[in-house]
Design a protein. Sequence first.
Length: 452
Amino acid sequence: MGLVIMSLPRSKVGAGAVLRAVFAVSTLAVAACSSGPSQGPVIVDRDRPAPDASAPPPGGEERAHYDERGFIEPLHMQKAEPVRVGLLLPFSGGTAAVQKVASSMFDAAQLAAFEAGDDRFLIIPKDTRGTTEGAAAAARSALADGAEIILGPLFSETVSAAAIVTRAANVPLIAFSSDIASAGDGVYLLSFPPEIEVARVTEFAMDQGMQRFGLIAPANDYGQRVSTSFSQELAVRGGVLVHEERYEQDPDKMLAPAKRLAAYSQEIIPPELRHGYDPNRPGAAGASGGDAYGFQAVLMPEQGTLLRALAPLLPYYNVDINQVKLLGVSAWDNPRLTREPALRGGWFAAPDPSITAAFEERFDAAFGEKPPKLASLAYDATLLAARLGQGQRRRDRFDARMIENRGGYFGADGLFRFREDGTIERGLAILEIQPGGIQLIDPAPRTFTSGS
């Protein structure tokens, strides 16, 4: 297979994000996608060597030039029908940090395109500027340039704006938001929604014999999603939500909710704390009239500095964290949290580090830096688009049947597949926080269960 050349607008799309992937890529390619409903994950070009940057491109002295649309396209590609893929990212919008993430995601997309090794594959990057108007304009521009599928945007509000354009054109959109309100009808969300992380850690905890749970979550939309998902998972699996608390994301305002939650850690909960207790009812002994038992584990979907402020409040209010297991989400995958004694032994669901490390190493080899967490989403989306674009007729390669392959795909963060409603399923690992580091205690699955 020849060298992959990205399509690139004449204008600058992001600092340091211009075709660097073709100059330095390691030879190991772990992420791959299945090409049809009957196939499972496939490894793409594992042994293909990295290109020599000093060597002439395929075809001797052939040189890339701007085609009629203004994209870089090598001469040897003009006779082949290209697979054009739009990539919508906020290259010039928002803060410098957002622009840096966008640039790294573009780099990751280039890396995936190179590893796919298809000379016909062209990325059409478009700047959303981080606004709804910019996202809609970027989507229209990508479609005008012939995009058959669009990857991105990044933020939920820009996804909704771009989706209006792509649905009208009957072109699929693989977005990087976890806002499920925009999913479906040709829009697929390649992200890490809290629901799948809650489901994985809840299932694991119950498999270890835990049945009674507490929840303390932020008083925002994210906290509501976690609460709804957690309640549903417990109901399906026969667990009990003993007590739930919400808090404003301010360390001083966490104190009272944490204290109230801590009261429900007692072996037998006093009647006056139980839901439905009426002290004026004769013979009142609680909601059920019998003993009510405290929680065995607490789900705490917080991160970073706020998590390090919240977690110690439970032992401060006399919760025995040697007996009560703390549970978390992928945001707990942070080495700094290993310094917090209250989190020691805590479990959380996240991508398997043995899988993600391979992508991070290849990205570092290509670009000289570690990728931000979101970079893997652009990598997986691009490799998926490249794989589906191989060996298929134009009208078939990006239809719903192909994208929603039940066998799933294996990417930089492991196993994933799309549901018919546009949401995502992932194969996640269970990790444990220990003072010496974050430990893998239950690996991520490598295949989806047949029939599921």
